[in-house]
Design a binder for this molecule. Structure first.
Ligand SMILES: C[S@@+](CC[C@H](N)C(=O)[O-])C[C@H]1O[C@@H](n2cnc3c(N)ncnc32)[C@H](O)[C@@H]1O
Length: 182
């Protein structure tokens, strides 16, 4: 009986910690978790013109949907495991774990990190995917744009960067995708 109570208490404790982390992530992120639809993700990947060996990021990656699709596309092209790196940053821990489970089930190399993307080094990025808010895009421009290397591509679903001219704007259904090149 004591043993069962102990297990129950441990599970309950684990759940409380997990939901507290998730709640903290939700409060910190200010952007709700809304996955990009498949056709828009496909268009974003097309616009990225991915190549093997690239460092590919999704800032605020959710469960990594865009990165999984990008990895699959490169696999199809090169017909072997790509040497590219697919890295997603996400604040909501529960969503990160869901993505990690998907990566494990798919035997994928996509790496999901629970971290604030404003705190990470993006100097090696070749391609960056975003689906955030306009004011967050402006903050990315203020805080991260200068650190990107020449030629790095930033592809934003729906939200442009104020004051920066996009290289391309493509309409996909009712929304737009913005491509910026450093
Ligand atoms: C609209 S969702 C997009 C999810 C995914 N990129 C997609 O397109 O399917 C935006 C995500 O960004 C995350 N996010 C917002 N600010 C963040 C930050 N500073 N660091 C990491 N993740 C962040 C939110 O938690 C949310 O899950």
């Amino acid at each position: 009986m004591n043993f069962i109570l102990l297990i129950f208490a441990l599970v309950l404790f684990g759940c409380v910690i997990f939901f507290t982390w998730t709640l903290i992530g939700l409060i910190r992120s200010r952007v709700p978790y809304v996955p990009t639809s498949k056709n828009i993700a496909r268009a974003m990947i097309e616009l990225a013109d991915l190549k093997s060996g690239q460092m590919i990021y999704d800032l605020g990656c959710g469960d990594g949907k865009i990165l999984f699709m990008a990895e699959k596309k490169l696999r199809v092209y090169s017909n072997k495991q790509p040497h590219s790196h697919f890295i997603g940053y996400e604040l909501i821990r529960a969503v990160v774990w869901l993505g990690r489970l998907k990566a494990w089930l798919r035997n994928s190399s996509v790496e999901l990190r629970c971290a604030d993307f404003f705190q990470v080094d993006l100097r090696d990025a070749d391609v960056i995917f975003c689906y955030l808010f306009a004011e967050v895009m402006d903050q990315i421009y203020e805080k991260k744009w200068s650190e990107l290397k020449p030629g790095a591509k930033l592809i934003s679903h729906a939200f442009p960067i104020a004051g920066l001219k996009p290289e391309k704007v493509v309409k996909v259904g009712k929304t737009k995708v913005y491509v910026y090149v450093k």
